[in-house]
Design a protein. Structure first.
Length: 156
């Protein structure tokens, strides 16, 4: 488990640059890649045809970049949690990069760092958290994204 804050006010007091922690490792297998291809209609051979991909530029099928990005939502609750809220909102992202591909059958995880935090209109606390999706045994990350998260205090 990553960092827990007792309330949005405690998150507001946190310093930018704070390392928030990491999620557990997740196996990004061919089945998940195929399900994402079905959900999005992106059946490019580099993702779903192991025989053809074996002779392609990466030697195997690779995950869609947007699949890797979508898994950030799975990782975030393990990276950090804010208690005593009436709701949390995924407000968007500021910047996304895909520095490395993720071959099918590879473990990935998310690690977070607090970029900035501020109070926004209506009393919510907004945190920008940089999530780096790490690839096990790789020096390069699969994805780096600045997520925007809002937390409404329970007493609002």
């Amino acid at each position: 488990m990553g960092t827990q804050f007792d309330s949005p006010a405690d998150l507001l007091a946190a310093e930018p640059g704070l390392a928030l922690g990491s999620s557990d490792w997740l196996l990004l297998d061919q089945e998940r890649i195929n399900l994402f291809a079905d959900a999005t209609g992106d059946h490019q051979w580099i993702h779903v045809d192991p025989d053809k991909a074996k002779d392609g530029p990466f030697g195997a099928c690779i995950a869609h970049g947007y699949l890797t990005l979508s898994l950030v939502n799975l990782f975030l609750p393990d990276i950090f949690k804010v208690n005593n809220i009436s709701m949390g909102i995924n407000y968007g992202v500021e910047k996304v990069r895909f520095p490395a591909v993720v071959p099918a059958g590879t473990n990935i995880r998310g690690s977070g760092e607090l970029v900035r935090v501020e109070e926004v209109k209506g009393g919510a606390v907004q945190a920008v958290v940089r999530v780096t999706v790490e690839i096990e045994n790789s020096d390069r990350p699969a994805c780096v994204v600045d997520t925007i998260n809002r937390f409404v205090p329970a007493d609002s």
